[in-house]
Ligand binder design. Structure first.
Ligand code: FES
Length: 305
């Protein structure tokens, strides 16, 4: 039978730019016209940036936070300061030095951003691409501003600087949208401390856990990754801290000294013993649980405080 809806209560996302900047950013999330470029660029970045210490450093694995957002402070701080200095007399050399410092800092900032961007969801990548185009335009304008200043054409240097600042602020706004509306870079693992009461909780029977093969089990509101390895039972939250991929569908690698799970979505690798990050793009530890087996074979878990 062919049934048609008589009333529709939910609308799809708005794709038209509205009166507020956030409407424009929301619209970018659904700008499918960018997808071809995004696909080509993502593949190129992933082929160039092979898993290893350099890629991990660009993501910020070693520091436990994404490296890109704090690095953006340097060029933004320098170039906003240039905008202030250019309003005041007698700051020619200081302004020139800050333009140059911002340009030097833009290189690692762009590289870290590119590394993170290649492993985002498509909606995030659409906003991220326009963010990169805005900040890239700002960098080009500040480069031209620097050249003009070194040749003594300070007036042109100032005009180019303010044009660069406009592009920079637009890019910064989209960066905020990525971080706070789309949660790129935030941990997507379940917030165990708020969802699981303290103490031991029954989870399942030990006999239903296959040896060396991860399974998913539910504990109240959250899903858990459970892996039986001989006498040990490793338990982590199942939603990957990077972008919530299902860890129980991941690959188990390593030996029992350092058994790890590789997320099926973007390859983040976590130690199953404590959830610590071995390889990015994830930078946040996967929340882990202590486990014990009662005499009747019941597996109990409790959050690691
Ligand atoms: S969701 Fe991206 S690595 Fe797990």
């Amino acid at each position: 039978m062919n049934r048609r809806a008589s009333r529709i209560f939910r609308r799809g996302p708005r794709t038209q730019a509205g009166a507020h900047p956030v409407d424009l950013a929301d619209g970018l999330e659904h700008a499918h016209g960018l997808d071809r470029v995004i696909r080509t660029m993502s593949v190129a970045v992933q082929r160039t940036l092979r898993p290893g210490p350099v890629k991990d450093a660009l993501h910020g694995v070693q520091v436990g936070h994404p490296a890109h957002p704090p690095l953006t402070d340097v060029p933004m701080g320098c170039w906003i300061s240039v905008g202030v200095l250019d309003l005041l007399p007698g700051n020619r050399r200081a302004a020139q030095a800050l333009v140059a410092t911002g340009l030097a800092a833009a290189v690692p900032t762009a590289l870290t951003g590119l590394a993170d961007w290649a492993s985002l969801h498509r909606q995030q990548q659409r906003v991220g691409l326009v963010h990169a185009m805005s900040t890239g335009t700002a960098t080009l304008l500040y480069s031209a501003s620097f050249v003009a200043r070194t040749r003594g054409r300070d007036g042109t240097g100032r005009v180019l600087g303010y044009a660069g600042l406009t592009a920079l602020l637009a890019g910064g706004y989209l960066g905020g949208h990525l971080a706070f509306r789309q949660a790129a870079g935030a941990s997507h693992a379940d917030q165990v401390a708020h969802l699981v009461p303290l103490g031991w909780h029954d989870l399942c029977s030990e006999s239903e856990l296959p040896e060396g093969w991860p399974v998913q089990r539910r504990l109240g509101y959250i899903s858990l990754f459970v892996l039986r390895d001989g006498d040990e039972i490793h338990v982590l939250t199942d939603r990957c801290s990077h972008l919530a991929g299902p860890l129980h569908q991941g690959r188990i690698v390593g030996d029992s000294d350092e058994l790890c799970v590789v997320c099926p979505w973007h390859g983040s690798t976590f130690r199953v013993a404590d959830g610590s990050v071995v390889h990015g793009p994830a930078t946040s530890r996967q929340p882990s649980f202590e486990s014990r087996v009662l005499e009747d074979g019941t597996v109990q878990v409790r959050p690691v405080g």
